[in-house]
Design a protein around this ligand. Sequence first.
Ligand code: G3P
Length: 218
Amino acid sequence: MKFFVDTANLREIQEAVELGVLDGVTTNPSLMAKEGIKGTDAVMRHYRQICEMVEGDVSAEVIATDFDGIIREGEALAELHPNIVVKVPMIRDGVKAIRYFADKGIKTNCTLIFTAGQALLAAKAGATYVSPFVGRLDDIGHDGLQLVQQIVDIFSNYGYPTQVLAASVRHVPHLIQCAELGADVVTCPLSVITGLLHHPLTDKGLATFLADHKRVNA
Ligand code: G3P
């Protein structure tokens, strides 16, 4: 399973790179706004910086919602770096744009997926990734992980090459269950990835080992 960090924060991305387990980055307009990045030039510079830091796919989202605008923005983003994946919302013109990008060999991530039908449509259009939002479905009393399961099963039934990128992954159990279900990728804050490190028995065991070593070598 690939690990992506879901952030536009360069410090957090650098920390994830240094951990040695990072496969890519996803961003969205909210995450860019959180970093205070405004204006097309600054946005493009920021994406280029992220691509230079990470060996792996970097999802950069279009703002346009009409076909021509999505194509214009997506092509400009794709020209920035070979690792850019154009992130396109699940809307009618988005699906048409995904087909256009697929035919041109430009990678896409279809975002804001909340049903298996939306994922199927994006896969049919040739999306590289689909992003079901696990946590946001949980937020409204649905089961986000059940959606991941459905999409994994459907893609496996037909051998679709589209990868299931579980997004809005909020905590360690989400991540582990996505792995059990066979999601190709999870994207989450770095804290969820580093959350995998911890167990109280690991801490207790290490403290005992070090104390015993110190006692014998005193
Ligand atoms: O990748 C999508 C993600 O940024 C949404 O996460 O926690 O805002 O639902 P969240």
